[in-house]
Design a protein around this ligand. Sequence first.
Ligand SMILES: [Zn+2]
Length: 98
Amino acid sequence: MQSLLKDKILLNKYMLAYLRQAILNVYDVQLAEKQAQIALQIQEKARLKKPYELKTIFCRRCKNFSPPTIYSTIRLSKGRLIITCQRCGSRYRLPYKK
Ligand SMILES: [Zn+2]
């Protein structure tokens, strides 16, 4: 039981590290996509809590990598982010991060 918890904590650290690299990597979009995919795979396999940043960089409808300013646009309205995916054209809302 103790080792399972340690594994989850470690996987959470790895997932956040990959996610941070994907967000900071603005010059190489393909590498950023790969890093974000790895972060998503770790999150799904280990059943970790989905970070807010991971929700904003993957489209909710087409599940593609769509980081803001490259493949999606973000507007602010009524306490929510309205994210428009440029690949499939769908819009979805997220509350501001507190
Ligand atoms: Zn989409």
